[in-house]
Design a protein around this ligand. Structure first.
Ligand SMILES: [Zn+2]
Length: 283
């Protein structure tokens, strides 16, 4: 037994000698053992490094996968948002088209009344507004225009005849005696007998016939306590109770009643009070 073992004595200062018994092959093969141990350690270290790297790689891969997933998710969201905003823009364009058609009908009404047409900037043009505001903006315009259209329909805006104004609303010299002043409660528009006279707003005919100084006259009642009167006609073309729209022909120009020649005497009343019609001639 001892033949294969070696006694090694180590002297440590202050503590005396200590002896170890080690197998002899340790001494004989220590170099090989040391090398193989070193090899094992290196291998182990390698494995650890490999495992660590692998783990890191896996971590990176999972991170990458996660990131990719996120990116894909974001992309999906983006494309969804894109389609949503495209939808929004589409709806906005529809709304703008509605505005255009409303504007067109308003313009038609303006033309009927002999007024200049209105132009809304950017309507129907390229939509370059903030996407979030598009819907709000368009609905605002839509409401505003619808409201405007309603008001326009009922307001006596525009002219009943395109003739030149020969006498304004207000005090004027008496046209018959050329002496003294008299109140002229309307606007006189020059023309020819038989010229077509148009209603300036939607309403109901409250009178159509002969009445003193007016001669043949048509009176139309409108919403919001407005009334229009068309006097000195040669002939009324509507009857009492008839519903008329703005631009409808309600009579023909003449010189009946207290008149010096063919012209239309046009009046607007608000709350039964005669007001200056010229203020309503333009939009
Ligand atoms: Zn007059």
């Amino acid at each position: 037994m001892l033949k294969n073992k070696l006694s090694i004595q180590i002297s440590i200062e202050g503590k005396g000698d200590k002896s170890f018994v080690v197998p002899s092959f340790f001494v004989k093969y220590w170099k090989k053992l040391a090398f193989s141990s070193l090899g094992l350690i290196v291998a182990l270290f390698g494995v650890i490094v490999y495992l660590a790297t692998k783990q890191k790689e896996e971590a990176i891969t999972s991170q990458y996968t996660e990131a990719l997933h996120e990116v894909r998710q974001k992309n999906k969201l983006l494309s969804m948002r894109k389609s949503e905003s495209e939808k929004e823009i589409g709806e906005a364009k529809k709304s703008f088209n509605k505005i255009d058609s409303t504007l067109e009908s308003i313009n038609k009404k303006m033309k009927k009344r002999g007024l200049k047409t209105i132009v809304l900037e950017n309507a129907g043009g390229p939509v370059e507004a903030d996407e979030e505001n598009i819907e709000l903006m368009s609905s605002y315009y839509e409401e505003a225009l619808t409201e405007l259209e309603k008001k326009l329909e009922n307001l006596p805006i525009g002219i009943p005849h395109p003739g030149r104004i020969t006498s304004k609303f207000g005090y004027r010299r008496n046209p018959f005696t050329n002496r003294g002043r008299e109140m002229h409660s309307g606007v006189d528009l020059k023309g020819r007998t038989g010229d077509r006279i148009k209603s300036t707003a939607k309403g109901v005919v409250s009178f159509a016939g002969y009445e003193g100084d007016y001669g043949y006259v048509v009176k139309i009642r409108h919403a919001n306590r407005y009334e229009t009167r068309y006097a000195h006609l040669s002939r009324p073309l509507v009857r009492k109770g008839a519903r008329v729209a703005a631009g409808d022909i309600i009579g023909l120009m003449g010189s009946t009643g207290r008149s010096t020649g063919p012209h239309l005497h046009y009046e607007i009343l608000k709350n039964n009070k005669k007001i200056n019609p010229q203020k309503y001639f333009s939009f």
